[in-house]
Design a protein around this ligand. Structure first.
Ligand code: FES
Length: 111
């Protein structure tokens, strides 16, 4: 079973999940505590994370991630609700939402 390490609010949470698990689905059923999320459908940005390790397993960002994350999107800045976990992964939600919003605002100001 893949091991997930989540850094959030100064805590480090480690948990094993079933292969092909979606962490937001697990959080919604209280099986993955502390994970920040909202809509679960790629529409709100609340689940954004930085993938610290294990990003190679995820494949490229999908169209929802590209739309919501704009110029911030890459293989390591992802929407957790759009990810399927196949292997060990380490993600962080420390300050990432504020950073993404700041970058999105900066892009708007320069256009
Ligand atoms: S939970 Fe809303 S975008 Fe992921």
């Amino acid at each position: 079973m893949p091991k997930v390490i989540l850094h959030v609010d100064g805590e480090k949470i480690e948990k094993e999940v079933k292969e092909n698990a979606n962490l937001v689905v697990l959080a919604g059923t209280k099986q993955f505590p502390k994970l920040k999320y909202g809509c679960g459908m790629g529409k709100c940005l609340k689940c954004v994370c930085e993938v610290l390790s294990g990003w190679e397993q995820l494949g490229p960002p999908n169209w929802k991630e590209e739309k919501m994350l704009g110029e911030s999107v890459n293989e390591r800045i992802r929407l957790t609700c759009q990810l399927t976990i196949k292997e060990d992964i380490e993600i962080s939600q420390e300050n990432i939402l504020a950073k993404i919003k700041k970058e999105k605002n900066a892009v708007k100001l320069t256009k």
